[in-house]
Design a protein around this ligand. Structure first.
Ligand SMILES: [Fe+2]
Ligand SMILES: [Fe+2]
Length: 475
């Protein structure tokens, strides 16, 4: 179904045929806008931003580009097209028709899945709200805002499901999604990572590379759902999410590239010299990676999880790309998971595969994370520098799961706790690292100009030159 932009709420779900739902969402809309004005990007609500907006949900040409003031962005409800006679693809109900309405016995689980996903969307906008004040270029500023408006739309996507399928408690949950705030002491966001402010652009690029990619894997699992409206919602969200990871991958790549340029100019690989010249040195980039990778792994939850088993068995949340697995029921199968043996070693524990879903999804995520790292290393190698970026072990620096709080090196080995504590500054960003990075964050808004610590992108947005005025600041 085509997207209808004539209505107050753009949609491709024939919203006008359901007056009650339409009215309920029109009632929520001004509250969303109030939230956006108060907690969305600070200082740029009147600027004209070169943004893409969804025009259709098929793979080809779904976007149109143009200058938009962010509060006028056409946030709406877009679901991927319905597949005729779609069946549940995994779990105990495998092969039965996909649900178009919420199955009563799974109502609470399904609502929790939708609320948890929905909560991360506005949270990330809140975390990033001050970044515009220190943007390294107009190109980057525009990308930040594109990510922000799309996270706002992802909130709409989840709120639609709550309103359309969960009655009164769904409407209440939708209100709460605007009431919780990132970092608030009395009403914080649901997941820990989403309460940390993102106060510098290196962290923003790490977040979009590692944390948005967790989002991608959660959405991929939900896109398999037997609850068809959720599956179709997430399928379209994934097409938007791809841009967020592009921002992360190219962002980190450009910081690496700039560092290599400075090393060449200076004729040294001394991190201190790179810093004095206004760059971010490779060891600092590595420490930021260690931090953001490990904290994003925590978002997958415990390695062995009965909640995950329940969602899989019920057909609510599958594995990313479920069709790639041989067995979609996993009734009596087992999976081996490395766990601490309690004596400073590692033990392979056999657990029912259904209980290992978080571990399996996380493993696919890690393989996906490796791709960008390889690309960055190729850039480093080509420049002739003797350095390699590496993802730390998945056991390193964990706060959740079997490895939480254990003295593990980035290589994944046990070490004694004192040595571990002493090495923290080598492995994770230090206060001095953060201060240096923060010190580099100055706003650059001349079209085509870049801050000292980042190389220009290879190309602009939508075939426009890098020098294009992607954000026209209000006078
Ligand atoms: Fe999102
Ligand atoms: Fe995202």
């Amino acid at each position: 179904m085509a997207i209808n932009y004539q209505e107050r709420i753009p949609n491709n779900v024939d919203l006008s045929s359901d007056r009650r739902l339409q009215r309920a969402l029109e009632h929520w809309q001004p509250k969303f806008l109030d939230w956006w004005m108060e907690l969305g990007p600070e200082g740029f609500q009147a600027a004209d931003v070169y943004l893409r907006t969804a025009t259709s949900v098929d793979a080809k040409g779904w976007a149109t580009y143009g200058a938009v003031k962010m509060p006028d962005y056409r946030w709406g409800i877009f679901l991927a097209d319905r597949v005729e006679d779609r069946r549940i693809g995994f779990g105990d109900n495998m092969g039965e028709p996909a649900w178009q309405q919420v199955p009563g016995e799974h109502r609470a689980t399904l609502r929790r899945l939708i609320v948890t996903q929905g909560d991360t969307e506005p949270a990330s906008v809140e975390q990033q709200r001050l970044l515009g004040l220190t943007c390294p270029s107009l190109y980057d500023l525009r990308n930040l805002f594109q990510v922000n408006v799309e996270e706002g739309r992802h909130l709409w996507a989840m709120v639609y499901l709550l309103h359309a399928h969960f009655g009164r408690d769904g409407r209440e949950e939708a209100e709460l999604l605007l009431a919780r705030h990132s970092g608030s002491s009395d009403n914080p966001r649901i997941l820990g990572t989403f309460n940390e402010p993102i106060s510098d652009w290196l962290s923003f690029f790490m977040f979009t590379y590692f944390t948005d990619r967790d989002g991608k894997y959660q959405l991929k699992s939900l896109a398999e759902s037997g609850f068809d409206p959720l599956a179709r919602t997430c399928q379209f969200m994934l097409t938007e999410e791809a841009h967020h990871m592009f921002v992360g991958e190219t962002g980190i790549g450009r910081v690496v590239k700039r560092c290599l340029e400075l090393m060449k100019e200076l004729g040294t690989d001394d991190p201190a010299a790179v810093r004095r010249a206004g760059g971010i040195d490779l060891p600092t980039i590595q420490r930021y990676m260690n931090f953001w990778f490990s904290s994003s792994l925590d978002l997958f939850g415990a390695d062995i999880s009965s909640n995950a088993a329940t969602s899989f068995a019920a057909g609510l949340k599958g594995r990313p790309d479920e069709t790639r697995y041989e067995d979609h029921v996993e009734a009596d199968t087992v999976t081996k998971i490395p766990v601490p043996d309690g004596k400073g070693g590692i033990n392979e524990e056999e657990v029912p595969t259904r209980n290992a879903m978080n571990y399996i999804t996380r493993s696919a995520y890690i393989r996906d994370c490796e791709i960008g790292v390889k690309r960055w290393n190729r850039t480093i190698e080509k420049a002739g520098a003797d350095f390699q970026l590496t993802l730390p072990s998945e056991r390193f620096n964990r706060k959740i799961g079997a490895w939480a709080g254990l003295p593990i090196t980035p290589e994944g080995k046990f070490t004694d706790p004192e040595k571990h504590a002493a090495m923290a500054g080598e492995w994770l960003p230090t206060e001095a690292d953060r201060q240096h990075v923060r010190g580099l964050m100055v706003q650059v808004t001349d079209p085509g100009k870049m801050a000292s610590w980042i190389a220009p992108p290879d190309r602009g947005i939508n075939n426009l030159p890098v020098e294009y005025e992607y954000v026209h600041l209000a006078n």
